[in-house]
Design a protein around this ligand. Structure first.
Ligand code: ADP
Ligand code: MG
Ligand code: ZN
Length: 486
């Protein structure tokens, strides 16, 4: 924890891999885990004379992301060359955007520690290409120890880089920002948002200053964070470290650092002491990226209802708690399935929500949630709730039916009739069951009458058992009370 007289200031640079079929400036397919160097061509290998051609889909997905975050998308943007030397950068430069980015402005709202909303301004979103991959720890009979291999399949993959203003004030806000951004890029279909696979990568900039002051402190950049948890851990460590330096009367060094997940600490990056000169200049091979206003309007019109708006609507219209609405809106396919079920049984949206939040989600792993793979189709969930609500079946039978549905059964109404699961509301058989249970449980009845009121639930359970779960709980309760409280 940070002493309360100090304040953390955080700004993020996030790389989002755009979900195009082909690379940013050539026709090579974008592949993951394919044979090394199998998806390459003269353009992405940087052969002399090869000419880049911008991918329309890259511009479309970049614009889609920019519009969804409220940015101004510029009618004209430009590509620049950022030169540096690295083995996985075959051209010796990266095509990126510098002073004329795709988009500027925009914002993403995050939840602050006190529960309030903090608006994080986006400075810019620009398009660029990814580098290849250096494989330092390669194993295999034909790989001599200490050798680094290079796989250029990723070279030229389109990225959108999002740069925030230093508006975040705590590590938890930074992780909330990334969670929301990841949900958004998936929600609007611009990226798979998979941090483990590198589709979302983050550099975190952080400084510490006396609380209540305006001047920014000296920042440290933590490079290449590849999970949301790592971002939070790295920032927590770094904030504490900088606070310690300041308390001891020292000065924080402006530097790039790396996070070591094993120790949970950051350490200076070797060879990054001097600021590099990237020798930026306009790419002479690429003209301006010109986006037609009508095309941008079309993209804007094609965007789905934003996740936060959908959460708010579900909470307000259906009477769900904000937390439950957020859970149901974790992914768009999940929210779609939920709303499909509610539309089929609109009189009890909260009942439908309870099944989704309980039994359904309990059986759905992360990829099921991403892809909306439900163990039971929304229509059957709706019918199940409807049959409980109209008194046809008891809650206990509903659980049994749910298990059958999960095992592949369909048609709730058919199952109820085939299996004789109709709820019994007729008093005669229930009264007989109540009498039988009471006759066999004199000790418990005496305990109940002696003041042990918690025994009542046990009696209900016994009668339900005797009626194979088919007795109407309301009737059981009433008859039991009549006999026990007499
Ligand atoms: P650089 O020129 O070193 O890349 P920029 O000003 O371009 O720095 O900012 C890069 C990122 O660092 C942005 O996300 C920005 O919000 C953040 N940032 C800038 N200054 C600070 C600071 N003093 N403390 C924390 N974050 C900062
Ligand atoms: Mg930077
Ligand atoms: Zn290529």
């Amino acid at each position: 924890m940070l002493p309360h007289d100090l304040e953390a200031v955080i700004g993020l640079e996030v790389h989002v891999q755009l979900r195009t079929r082909t690379k940013a400036f050539c026709a090579c397919p974008v592949v993951f885990a394919a044979a090394p160097n199998s998806a390459v061509c003269p353009v992405c290998l940087g052969y002399p004379g090869a000419l880049p051609v911008p991918n329309r889909e890259m511009a479309l997905l970049g614009a889609r992301l920019a519009i969804a975050t409220g940015c101004d998308v510029h009618a004209r943007s430009a590509f620049a060359r950022k030169s540096y030397f690295y083995p996985d950068l075959p051209k010796g430069y990266q095509i990126t955007q510098l002073d004329r980015p795709l988009a500027t402005g925009g914002r993403v709202d995050v939840r602050a520690a006190d529960g309030s909303t903090r608006s994080v301004r986006l400075r810019r979103i620009h398009l660029e290409e990814d580098a290849g991959k250096s494989i330092h720890d390669a194993e295999g009979d034909d790989v001599p120890p200490g050798v680094t291999l290079v796989d250029l399949n990723r070279a030229g993959t389109p990225l959108a880089e999002i740069v925030t203003e230093p508006d975040l004030r705590a590590p938890a806000e930074a992780s909330d920002f990334l969670s929301r951004l990841r949900r958004l890029v998936r929600w609007i279909g611009v990226s798979d948002g998979n941090m483990e696979a590198g589709s979302l990568r983050c550099d975190a900039n952080v400084s510490v200053r006396p609380a209540g002051t305006e001047t920014l402190g000296t920042k440290v950049e933590i490079k290449n964070l590849n999970s949301i948890t790592h971002v939070r851990m790295a920032l927590e460590h770094e904030v504490a470290r900088q606070a310690g330096v300041l308390r001891a009367g020292g000065a924080v060094a402006a530097e790039s650092r790396l996070f070591d997940p094993a120790s949970g600490t950051t350490r200076p990056m070797r060879g990054k002491e001097e600021t590099e000169d990237y020798r930026y200049f306009p790419d002479p091979d690429l003209g301006p990226l010109v986006l037609d206003a009508a095309w941008l309007a079309e993209i804007a019109a094609s965007l789905p209802e934003p996740p936060e708006a959908r959460e708010a609507r579900l909470a307000a219209d259906l009477g769900l708690s904000p937390a439950d609405a957020a859970t149901l809106c974790a992914t768009r396919p999940l929210a779609d399935a939920f709303e499909e079920a509610v539309a089929l049984h609109p009189s009890n949206a909260r009942g439908v929500a309870a099944w989704f939040l309980g039994d359904l989600l309990a059986r759905m792993g992360d990829s099921d949630r991403q892809e909306g793979r439900l163990p039971v189709p929304p229509g059957e969930v709706a019918r199940l709730v409807a049959r409980i609500d109209d008194g046809t079946i008891s809650g206990r039978i509903a659980k049994e039916l749910f298990a059958l549905l999960c095992a592949g059964a369909r048609d709730v109404d058919g199952l109820i009739h085939e299996r004789g699961l109709l709820q019994v509301t007729d008093e005669t058989p229930i009264r007989a069951a109540v009498d039988a249970v009471l006759a066999a449980s004199e000790a418990q009845a005496a305990a109940y009458r002696g003041g042990k009121s918690s025994t009542f639930g046990w009696f209900v359970g016994q009668v339900m058992k005797a009626t194979e779960g088919k007795a109407s709980p309301a009737v059981v309760n009433r008859l039991l009370r009549e006999r026990l409280d007499a």
